[in-house]
Ligand binder design. Sequence first.
Ligand SMILES: [Zn+2]
Length: 355
Amino acid sequence: MAKKNKKNSPASENGDLPTNEEKKKEEPKKPYKRTYKRRAKPQYKPPSQLSFPQFLKLYPNDDTCLEVVFDMRYPPDENGLRLCTKCQKRTIHIRLIARKCYRCRNCRHHVYPLAGTVMEGSNTMLVVWFYAMYQFSICKNGISAKELQRALGVTYKTAWSIGIKIREALSAVDKDGMLFSGTVELDEALIGGKVRGGKRGWGAENKTCLFGIKERGGRVKVIAVNNRERETLFPLIKLHVEEGSKINTDEFKVYHTLNNEGYTHDTVVHSDYQWSKGETHTNSIEGYWSNLKKSILGTHTYVSPKHMQKYLCEFDFRHNNRNDLIFNQILKKVYGTPYNISVINTSANFSPKHK
Ligand SMILES: [Zn+2]
């Protein structure tokens, strides 16, 4: 009852604070005003992969696919004229329906857009090749030959061959050959191993040794190597990392002379449970190892050391082009670089012990 009395009685009489009702009466109503800030619109980020309807619309049949390849390899000018490789004149090229080729209207020279690419001499439909590349672009953990076989409706042998040829094209060395710069993390890892038992870890004989170079917030490059000795790793570092870059590694003793080679070297001591020291850490490359091993184990289960580098290049390619439309990047790589097995990006001295 006492509480009720307090509420009902005016504040001035009792000397108490004014109640909410009295406050409402005294204060004139303020016009409604938005007090919070409007959230900034998120920047539009184009999707990194094509949806299936988009793919169907862009590449519906063999003729369209051939035209896409022709445009990429022999780009037309504003008037639709292309430079003929034989008569060196800009002319119209006419499609010959019976063959996968175009004819120069001036000198009647035949141009085969697929010549010199991974698809040269292939009897598989071009749209099937495009669909295989599309599968490569949408599967973030890679795609196995068995999965390709079911998706494409071809034999296992064809599916395996298509997969490995696309991987070989993705492994081709970039023409620009940009070096890694800024803060670069280096690390080694072991992968694979078919034989059970025996020594574990670095003493194991049936595992493949990988050497990883990762630019902080940027690209990655993984190379299959014979061992992790100075003679093996230092030429690769000099080949791929720009002089003057900051290099972060773990406490592995081989890296200790990097300061004498024109790099600024800093380490974190993993054996002392030290994972980062200010901005010095190797967490980016460690994270990449984790993803790579899960992808290979989950998708391929086992990759032979003989073909390991192609698979590594495929995952590097997917990581390095994560912000672009990856299908277009695959097309560029497959048709932009002439197909030549000698340009595959392996370490020159890698010789797999177990095949
Ligand atoms: Zn011509």
